[in-house]
Design a protein. Structure first.
Length: 400
C-alpha cells in the first residue's frame, strides 16, 4: 500500500475518532451541567431561605429597638441577635457546602478537558503529518479536499478552545478555593460573636439579678442618651431604606481595631468598661461606636488622631483640619449622616472604601466600613456595606 493511501486511511480513522470524541465530550458536558445545576439548586434554595430569615431578624431587631428600655426588651433583643447570628453561621455553612460541590465539579471538568486535550492533540498530529499535496492526491475531488482542510482547521480550533477552557476553569477553581477560605474565616468570626452574645446575656442577667428594678438602676443615668441613640438609629435605618437599602459584604468585629467584646462589651447601644471603666476608648469616644472607629481609621491613614465629638461634628472638623469643602463621594473620605443639628442628634459617620460605581438597577453606590450600625448582630459591630451615595449628607476627603 502506498504512503498516501495509508495516510488517507489514517485520516479517515482519525476523523471517525474525533467525531466520536466530540459527541462524547458534548454528552459529558451536558451531564456535568445538569449535575452542577442539580447540586447548585439544592443549596440555592437553602441559601435563599436563610437570607429571608436574616432579613426577618433584622426587621424584628428594628421593631425591638423602638420599644421602651426594659429588661424584657433587652433580653428579647439579645435573643433576636443570637438567632440572627446563628442564621449567618448556617448561611456560611451552606455557602461552604455549595462551594465544595462546585470545586469538585470544576476539578472534574478540568480533568475531562485535559483528557480531551490528549485526544485532540493526537488527532491534530495525524492530520498535521499530511502535506497539502498528499491530501489533495488522496481526495476524490476538490470539494473533498476542501472538506478535509476544513476538518483539520476545526481540530486546531478545538485544541485552542479546549486549552482556553482549561485555563478559565483553573481561574474559577482558584477563586472558588479562595472563597471557601473566606467563608470559613467569616464563620469562625460569627461563632465567636455568638459566644460573646451568650456571655453578654448572662452578664446582663447577673448584673440585674433578672429583675426589672435592677435593669432600670443599671441604665438609670443613661435613659436620655439611650432614647436619643435609638432615635438616631431609626433615622439611619430609614435613610438606608429610602435610598434603596444596603448590602452587608462583611461583618462582625474588625481584628485590627483595638476594641472587642472582652475589653469593650456593649450594654444595648452603649459601650461599657473601655479605657476608663466607663466605655471610653481613650480619645474621647465610646469604644465600638462609629466615631471611635472612623477616628481610628483617620489616624491609621494620616497619623493624625482627631478628637471631634459626635458623628455630626465630623464634617466641619474634617473640613477645617484638611482644608477641603463638602465633596463628592470617593475612596478615603469620611461619610456623614447628620439627621438634625449638632447637640440634637449623634448622627452617623463611616469610612468610604471605594469610589462610586453603578449597579444594574441604575443606583450609584459606594462601599463603606463602619461600626455600630445594627444590621442584625447588635450594636457595636463592624460592617462593610454597599450603600447608595445618597445615604449620606456629607463627604470630606481626608487622604489625598
Amino acid at each position: 500500500m502506498k504512503l498516501h493511501t495509508i495516510k488517507s486511511v489514517l485520516t479517515t480513522l482519525s476523523s471517525k475518532i474525533l467525531l466520536v470524541f466530540l459527541l462524547v465530550l458534548i454528552i459529558v458536558g451536558v451531564q456535568l451541567q445538569m449535575a452542577q445545576k442539580t447540586s447548585a439548586d439544592q443549596y440555592d434554595d437553602k441559601i435563599a431561605a436563610l437570607q429571608q430569615d436574616i432579613a426577618r431578624y433584622q426587621a424584628e431587631g428594628i421593631r425591638l429597638n423602638n420599644e421602651a428600655a426594659t429588661l424584657q426588651s433587652a433580653l428579647a433583643q439579645l435573643a433576636n441577635q443570637k438567632v440572627a447570628i446563628q442564621a449567618e453561621i448556617d448561611l456560611s455553612q451552606a455557602k461552604h457546602d455549595q462551594l465544595v460541590i462546585d470545586i469538585a465539579d470544576t476539578e472534574k471538568k478540568i480533568k475531562d478537558n485535559q483528557d480531551a486535550l490528549g485526544v485532540t492533540i493526537a488527532n491534530l498530529y495525524v492530520e498535521a503529518d499530511i502535506s497539502p499535496l498528499e491530501m489533495l492526491a488522496s481526495s476524490k475531488n476538490i470539494s473533498d479536499y476542501l472538506d478535509k482542510q476544513e476538518y483539520r482547521n476545526s481540530v486546531r480550533d478545538e485544541l485552542a478552545a479546549t486549552i482556553l477552557n482549561v485555563k478559565d476553569l483553573k481561574k474559577t477553581l482558584d477563586a472558588q478555593k479562595a472563597e471557601v477560605a473566606k467563608t470559613l474565616e467569616d464563620q469562625k468570626m460569627q461563632q465567636g460573636i455568638l459566644i460573646a452574645k451568650e456571655s453578654e446575656q448572662k452578664n446582663l442577667l447577673d448584673r440585674t439579678k433578672g429583675e426589672e428594678a435592677g435593669y432600670q438602676q443599671l441604665i438609670g443615668d443613661s435613659q436620655a442618651q439611650i432614647a436619643e441613640a435609638k432615635a438616631t438609629q431609626a433615622i439611619i435605618n430609614a435613610r438606608i431604606n429610602q435610598t434603596g437599602g444596603g448590602t452587608v459584604i462583611n461583618g462582625g468585629l474588625l481584628p485590627d481595631y483595638t476594641w472587642n467584646d472582652i475589653n469593650c462589651p456593649m450594654l444595648g447601644y452603649y459601650s461599657t468598661i473601655g479605657s476608663d471603666g466607663n466605655g471610653s476608648d481613650g480619645y474621647g469616644y465610646g469604644c465600638r461606636q462609629c466615631a471611635s472607629y472612623v477616628a481610628w481609621r483617620i489616624a491609621k491613614e494620616t497619623n493624625f488622631y482627631p478628637s471631634w465629638g459626635n458623628a455630626v461634628d465630623f464634617t466641619a472638623n474634617a473640613q477645617s483640619r484638611f482644608g477641603v469643602g463638602d465633596g463628592q463621594p470617593r475612596a478615603d473620605s469620611i461619610a456623614v449622616m447628620d439627621p438634625g443639628k449638632a447637640g440634637q442628634s449623634f448622627g452617623h459617620v463611616a469610612w468610604v472604601e471605594t469610589d462610586p460605581y453603578t449597579k444594574n438597577d441604575g443606583r450609584t453606590v459606594i462601599q463603606v466600613s463602619q461600626y455600630n450600625y445594627d444590621y442584625g448582630q447588635g450594636y457595636g459591630m463592624y460592617s462593610l456595606m454597599e450603600l447608595s451615595v445618597d445615604a449620606f449628607d456629607h463627604y470630606v476627603q481626608v487622604v489625598k
